[in-house]
Ligand binder design. Sequence first.
Ligand SMILES: Cc1cc2nc3c(=O)[nH]c(=O)nc-3n(C[C@H](O)[C@H](O)[C@H](O)COP(=O)(O)O)c2cc1C
Length: 211
Amino acid sequence: MLRGLRVWDTELPTFDPAQAPAAPLPLFRQWLREAAEAGVPEPHTMTLATADAAGDPSVRTLMLHDADERGWHFATHRGSRKGRELAARPRAALGFYWAAVGRQIRIRGSVTAASAEESAADLHRRSPGALAAALVGRQSEVLGSTDELARASDAAWERARREPDAPVPSWTLYVLRAEEVEFFQGDARRRHVRLNYRLTGGGWEQELLWP
Ligand SMILES: Cc1cc2nc3c(=O)[nH]c(=O)nc-3n(C[C@H](O)[C@H](O)[C@H](O)COP(=O)(O)O)c2cc1C
């Protein structure tokens, strides 16, 4: 079955790296917007990679909350596996793949936790469902049974409805400050374009990479 599946088997946009901006953020925003316009489902979801103290990696899907001059923002529970890994080693990588436009973006850098106030404000700007999910808590702990989750979730939804500003102290906004951002434009003839931005003492430097 796998041999019958195809990639880059559609009309793809072209990407001229000579026209790319001096810094990666405007290009990231442009590609995100173009992915949404091309109908990519959930283009604001991404893979977050972290490593534990022994260097063993883990990945999972997360929502991008913002991308601005400070970096790429995401939120989670401080006590989850990723939260614990980031506390021990505050470095991470992000990956985006938007199949409809044949584009991949890879970002790597250091991660800092935002203040409790900023984390709370970010959570309370989101949907009641996001608040209810955060209120359930205990993320990445072992769950005894699905009934136990159902009871905790019902209580969390009820509390989120009654108390839209309910605090969730473990919920933390993190900001990844990029040191490297790579843009990959897929090409049907496999002549993929890879443009890598690297942050140096003098600012962003660009280089092309062999595909
Ligand atoms: C589409 C999608 C979006 C998700 N967004 C988040 C998110 O923004 N924050 C979060 O903590 N978990 C999110 N999750 C759940 C994570 O993938 C993961 O299961 C959870 O955070 C526990 O990860 P950990 O055990 O590695 O810490 C999302 C999952 C999916 C499939």
